[in-house]
Design a binder for this molecule. Structure first.
Ligand code: GTR
Length: 330
């Protein structure tokens, strides 16, 4: 009788200890990281560096494995998975995050940034901190901002020299109604679609075009099937290296500091690699016979976007101040 009671107490104590260990994160499992890009892409190398540095700086308490090429699902699903804690970390484009965190839509407003440098100054300052705070409330801890250059339109049919050329074109956009409005404001038909479906859809004529930066246009091979690339540079979207709030909360303050440092250092590397890859992708596409048209006067495109801004502010009034804050950054 006495023996059974002692055994029961011991089992209960072991159970409590295990529960406490799990709650405190002492029984730390390897973090799973979502990435949309192939392994040699600047984002992918940045993420690998992040995992390596996080392990080093936390003396092995935080280890991560990056799953490249969207094997863990498409971006919209992955955002929800990170919010829920089913995926521990990820590198996301800020465009689709706007559906979960409306304040973030400010960076998806076409032509909001004057240049990539302007975007860096904004994101590395108080506006970036505000957006990170809004994201954290929705379960996404933004640790560092990665680069993704400027996005331009490409299609299978003709150069886009003015907004009028977009009339009737079926364009793929990332998952966010703001981008649907952007294309519709120029008379095009927009279809939100996962990145992995775009190549086949261009090839079979389900869509006429899409929009992206040089390295994605190249690495996805979209340039092979949609050769007209028109340099509208309508979006300069930052990307974020995010950790799930659930995984983050399990870390000690010391490990959080170390992991944040690892993320920032990886972003410095990613930004360097980005500039390099952009030039290489451009060269490759030009050599492959890509039909590139520069757009020197972007004003007609910018003018079409007034309604997009108005609509976005109507849906999320907080965007008004954020727009002013961004414009004020020199
Ligand atoms: C890329 C971006 C990806 C994804 C993709 C897309 O430039 O890095 O995260 O958003 O564009 O168009 O879906």
């Amino acid at each position: 009788m006495m023996k059974t009671m002692i055994a029961r107490c011991a089992t209960a104590a072991a159970g409590t200890a295990l529960a406490l260990a799990l709650m405190s994160g002492a029984a730390q499992a390897e973090w799973r990281g979502w990435n949309i890009h192939p392994p040699e892409y600047p984002v992918s190398i940045g993420m690998e560096k992040f995992a390596e540095l996080a392990k080093e700086k936390t003396k092995g308490r935080v280890t991560g494995k990056v799953y490249h090429s969207a094997v863990l699902g498409d971006q919209s699903d992955a955002i929800s998975q990170v919010q829920l804690g089913a995926i521990d970390f990820a590198e996301f484009n800020m465009g689709p995050i706007g559906t979960a965190v409306p304040e973030v839509n400010v960076v998806s407003l076409p032509f909001i940034f004057r240049s990539v440098d302007h975007m860096h100054r904004v994101m590395d300052g108080p506006v970036g901190d505000k957006l990170a705070a809004a994201m954290e409330q929705k379960g996404l801890v933004a640790l560092a901002w990665y680069d993704s250059g400027a996005r331009s339109f490409y299609n299978t049919k003709k150069p886009i020299t003015s907004p009028n050329d977009m009339k009737g074109m079926k364009m793929r956009v990332m998952n966010n109604t703001l981008f649907v409005g952007m294309v519709e404001s120029m008379g095009g038909n927009a279809t939100p679609m996962p990145y992995s479906d775009v190549y086949q859809s261009l090839k079979t004529g389900v869509i006429d075009g899409a929009e992206n930066n040089w390295p994605s246009y190249e690495s996805s091979n979209h340039y092979e099937v949609a050769g007209y690339y028109s340099l509208t540079e309508h979006l300069i979207l930052p990307e974020c290296l995010c950790v799930s709030k659930t995984s983050w909360s399990r870390l000690s303050a010391e490990d959080q500091k170390a992991v944040r440092e690892a993320a920032r250092e990886s972003a410095t590397l990613q930004r360097q690699l980005w500039a390099d890859r952009e030039a290489k992708s451009r060269d490759m596409i030009v050599k492959a016979g890509g039909k590139i048209n520069e757009i020197t006067n972007k004003v007609p495109f910018q003018t079409q976007m007034v309604a997009v801004y108005e609509d976005a502010i109507k849906k999320t009034p907080a965007l008004k101040d954020l727009i002013a804050d961004i414009k004020a950054v020199q």
